[in-house]
Design a protein around this ligand. Structure first.
Ligand SMILES: [Zn+2]
Length: 308
């Protein structure tokens, strides 16, 4: 059973080989106030980009290798990925092989961040991570700030062989990697080696995520993508997880050697990874939900108000 949780005081739990969480019916409100430990970086220096798309930087080594894309700010208030990619661009990393693209997605939402209402800048008009199907993207009758941005990013997302989408969660918990339902996603998460928990989840019922777009969601395609929830939105620990996952993803892909990145980006690897298959989803009818039995909170896969 998987139940996404956002504002609820109850933590998700892991027991009996099944992963449980809570999905609420809420949109952007939150009943839990979380401290903001990190400074939101001024990423305006990356606005121009170098690929004809604002906030998109791409570097081609000229050598054979995959096109690796790292993305932050799919949700505008999930800053840890932005801090990590701001740092990556800041050290002027260039790929040894293949091509590296670094993108900041929903910058319009990010720029609206208000520490007195930190959950409100998750998106402007709609969730950016629910529009990633050709049907929606090609529908000229639909428009929103997020659709406009998705349409800007679509050409480069469609070219990426490997995508890491950096997210964070409202509630603090251990960081899960969301592999998607396909064996190739699970295999990639295992190859990355961290974090400890790999959640094998189906697509989101409200719309297709960027991680599942096109070939990423096609078992016959070699294209592959992962989504990591680095931890609570605004903790320093989540920044550490984001840097670690970026370093691991780049080194595994082969576009860089591990030694090319700052040594302190890597965290100690977990002793073992646990792959957890989501078996059921339950929507909580209110924030007053309670588990019927005692369970041990262990991990979480929620991100923002409705998750991922
Ligand atoms: Zn998110």
């Amino acid at each position: 059973m998987l139940v996404w949780q956002s504002a609820l005081p109850n933590r998700q739990w892991l027991g009996g080989g099944r992963f449980y969480a809570v999905r609420t019916m809420q949109t952007t409100s939150s009943t839990t106030v979380q401290p903001i430990e990190v400074t939101f970086p001024d990423i305006s220096r990356w606005r121009a980009g170098n690929a004809g798309i604002r906030y998109v930087h791409t570097f081609d080594s000229g050598e054979a290798g995959p096109h690796v894309m790292l993305n932050a700010l799919t949700h505008g208030n999930e800053v840890c990925g932005a801090i990590a990619l701001d740092a990556l661009l800041g050290v002027q990393i260039r790929p040894r092989r293949g091509r590296l693209t670094v993108s900041f997605a929903n910058v319009d939402a990010y720029e609206r961040f208000d520490p007195t209402s930190p959950s409100a800048s998750r998106f402007v008009d709609q969730d950016f991570n629910r529009v990633w199907s050709a049907t929606v993207l090609d529908d000229a009758g639909r428009t929103s700030a997020e659709l406009r941005r998705a349409r800007e990013l679509r050409p480069v997302v469609a070219q990426a062989d490997l995508l890491l989408d950096l997210h964070s969660m409202h509630e603090g918990s251990q960081p899960p990697m969301l592999s998607g339902p396909l064996d190739k996603g699970i295999a990639l998460a295992r190859a990355i080696g961290a974090p400890a928990h790999v959640i094998v989840d189906e697509g989101h019922p409200e719309g297709v995520r960027m991680r599942d777009f096109g070939g990423f969601g096609d078992p016959a395609s070699r294209r592959n993508a992962l989504l990591i929830e680095c931890g609570q939105h605004w903790t320093q620990a989540s920044v550490g997880v984001a840097l670690d996952s970026v370093a691991r993803f780049l080194a595994h892909s082969g576009v860089l050697d591990a030694a090319d990145l700052p040594a302190d980006w890597l965290l100690p690897p977990p002793p073992a990874q646990q792959v957890i298959h989501v078996t059921d989803a339950i929507v909580a009818r209110s924030t007053d939900f309670r588990f019927a039995a005692a369970h041990t909170a262990s991990t979480s896969a929620a991100c923002g108000a409705r998750g991922r």
